[in-house]
Design a protein around this ligand. Structure first.
Ligand code: NAP
Length: 295
């Protein structure tokens, strides 16, 4: 456990990324635009979207209405969907579509899922699609259509395979992480690589379900934060970045307190984090889709 509570982290190829991003899954249209606006107002400087969220245009609208300096310094992550991995042409068209909808090149382009649409989980088509898609992403990086490229939901086998042929290794792997599903092996493997693949944790609050858990409440009390920022702090303290979503301004503002000082030193946080992890160790629970099924 480190004390990774800084507001930015340097990822490959030497790009500085905010460690806490605002998530937008299930936010659409005006609701998405307003939530992103609020997030920028309270201090978020990174937004996580995806082609399949169908809200990149709303994210762009929110950024356009922000002060120029806020717009310029805000990091955008977006992701290619499984149905955009079916051919080279489909992937290139999708990347150009993202740049058009966002009104600029995203900072970070991810492959959302280690498989293409319309193929059974055990099909060889996924590996072929991953390789073809990665080549398109490497070209997008060379052609300045993004500043960094990475993966999402890659298990160790998917990552090993990618490293066997890539010219540009992934800068990040965005995966589900929270105390109920710490995903320890995948993030330890990514951290061991040279260059390191930085882990970004999504659904840090277990889609909200972990907030009332007594062990989470005890951890939060022990480190002097409310439950949501305490869970975000838990992820940061594992040297991971984090993507968290809220449609409430009060919650969004509260979530950023994860980055403030808690009058609790890193060793004390590590001590209480270990107690929290032990409380979930015999009954891990995932809240999102499961990439372990994809060959
Ligand atoms: N790459 C992938 O495959 C993938 C998969 C899932 C998610 N993600 C990304 O990660 C983001 C975050 O994950 P998520 O949306 O699944 O779940 P999450 O951030 O773990 O939890 C969101 C839920 O927590 C509630 N919440 C947020 N802050 C709160 C606070 N301070 N107090 C009380 N409740 C609070 C929200 O309700 P309110 O709206 O009422 O605040 C919402 O119901 C997504 O939006 C998306 O951008 C990526």
């Amino acid at each position: 456990m480190g004390g990774a509570k800084s507001a930015t982290v340097t990822i490959s190829p030497g790009v500085e990324m905010p460690t806490v991003a605002f998530g937008t899954f299930k936010l659409r249209g005006d609701a998405c635009r307003d939530a992103v606006r609020e997030a920028l107002m309270v201090g978020f400087r990174a937004v996580d979207t995806a082609s399949c969220y169908r809200n990149e245009d709303a994210v762009a609208d929110a950024l356009k209405s922000a002060p120029r300096n806020v717009c310029d310094e805000t990091w955008i992550t977006t992701k290619l969907a499984p149905d955009e991995m079916t051919s080279e042409e489909a992937t290139n068209r999708a990347i150009d579509g993202m740049v058009a909808r966002l009104g600029r090149a995203p900072d970070l382009l991810l492959v959302h899922w280690p498989g293409r649409s319309k193929a059974a989980p055990e099909s060889d088509a996924h590996g072929e699609a991953r390789k073809r898609t990665w080549r398109c992403m490497e070209n997008a990086l060379r052609n300045h259509k993004c500043r960094a490229i990475g993966t999402s939901n890659y298990e160790i086998a998917h990552m090993r395979e990618l490293l066997s042929y890539c010219d540009v290794p992934p800068a990040v792997n965005q995966i589900e992480i929270h105390p109920a599903y710490p995903n320890t092996e995948v993030r330890a493997y990514c951290a061991s690589l040279v260059p390191r693949v930085h882990t970004v944790g999504y659904s840090p609050l277990g889609v909200g379900e972990l907030l009332d858990h007594p062990s989470v409440r005890a951890f939060a009390d022990a480190i002097g934060l409310a439950p949501a920022p305490a869970l975000i702090r838990w992820t940061l303290s594992n040297d991971c970045s984090v993507v968290v979503k809220s449609s409430s301004r009060a919650h969004t503002e509260e979530n950023l307190t994860a980055l403030s000082s808690t009058h609790t030193d890193d060793d004390t946080i590590a001590h209480h984090a270990a107690i929290l992890e032990r409380a979930f160790s015999s009954h891990h629970k995932k809240f999102c889709w499961d990439p372990r099924v994809v060959r």
